[in-house]
Design a protein around this ligand. Structure first.
Ligand SMILES: O=C(O)c1cc(=O)[nH]c(=O)n1[C@@H]1O[C@H](COP(=O)(O)O)[C@@H](O)[C@H]1O
Length: 285
């Protein structure tokens, strides 16, 4: 089954929450774990256990694993494999992007079937031009995987690039949304090419004339919780993008660890809150 359909089914079952697996050194300490590759695997296992039937997907961030070199990457590999066993969708947050021939290598590393770091989807950066990401789109289509393209990121520095205008007046972010949407043409519920749009971007979507409501793919929304966004910001940014918004929370829920039951409670509460807010879009329109 294609990624978009699998994600839609998972969101129907568990609600619109993606849990970030971001083992920050401070979080490891808070969980009573030392800052080691072994701890990363234990951390990830606990998060996965808490996510079963309670979150639509998990998003391990490669940075926190790569800090530990080969053993950290082995922990990431273990977590991706364990998620597959538990049938939890994985979005590997690697934010890759390179010239076409190298992009082919990155795509193969994460989106091919049976590779060590196989994930259900990855995040990619379109800074080398949207077209440079084509190898990832092609492979994802072939293997039933997904690709999330950074469009409007949650950090304030993103605006200097993403709000800039192309010579014909379109914003850079708008051009990314348009090109990503073209790849989803014909998809029923939602396509396999997603966007990343931070819940912290305020009126940027509106100001740049971007219509997320007609985007036919999943929209990953980081920024809720630790970065300060809440229901009001979700409504402000995603007001007309019903049913396709996948809210990400990392630290906001991970702080509830290390005990599985308490972590699961926080995840379920966050999923419920995201669901409640996103459903209210219908009422507002
Ligand atoms: O691609 C991402 O996931 C991402 C894009 C973005 O614009 N902002 C953003 O925070 N993220 C990631 O989402 C997660 C947010 O973590 P918390 O702030 O702890 O919820 C981190 O893994 C970030 O790298």
């Amino acid at each position: 089954m294609a990624f978009g359909e699998r994600l839609a089914a998972a969101m129907d079952e568990a609600g619109p929450l993606c849990v970030g697996i971001d083992p920050h050194p401070e979080l490891l300490a808070r969980w009573g774990l030392n800052d080691s590759a072994e701890s990363l695997a234990a951390f990830g296992e606990t998060v996965l256990e808490a996510c079963v039937r309670s979150a639509a997907a998990v998003k391990p961030n490669a940075a926190f694993f790569e800090r530990h070199g080969a053993r950290g990457v082995a922990a990431l590999e273990h977590i991706l494999g364990r998620a597959r066993e538990l049938e939890i969708l994985t979005i590997l947050d690697a934010k890759r992007g390179d010239i076409g021939s190298t992009m082919e290598g990155y795509a193969d590393a994460y989106l091919s079937e049976g590779v060590p770091l196989e994930a259900d989807a990855i995040t990619v950066s379109p800074y080398l031009g949207f077209g440079s990401l084509q190898p990832a789109f092609d492979l994802a289509k072939h293997t039933g995987k997904g690709v999330f393209v950074l469009a409007l990121t949650s950090n304030p520095e993103g605006a200097e690039v993403q709000h800039a205008r192309t010579p014909d007046g379109e914003s850079v972010a708008g051009a990314i949304v348009r090109q990503a949407n073209a790849l989803n043409e014909g998809a029923e519920r939602m396509g396999d090419v997603g966007l990343v749009v931070g819940a912290t971007v305020g009126d940027a979507v509106k100001d740049l004339g971007i219509d997320l409501g007609s985007f036919n793919g999943p929209i990953l929304a980081p920024g809720v919780g630790a970065q300060g966004a809440g229901p009001q910001q979700l409504l402000q940014v995603f007001g007309n993008a019903r049913g396709r918004v996948l809210v990400n929370q990392s630290r906001g829920v991970l702080n509830a660890g290390p005990f599985v039951e308490k972590l699961r409670g926080a995840i379920q509460a966050a999923a419920g809150a995201a669901q409640y807010t996103l459903q209210s879009f219908d009422v507002q329109d």
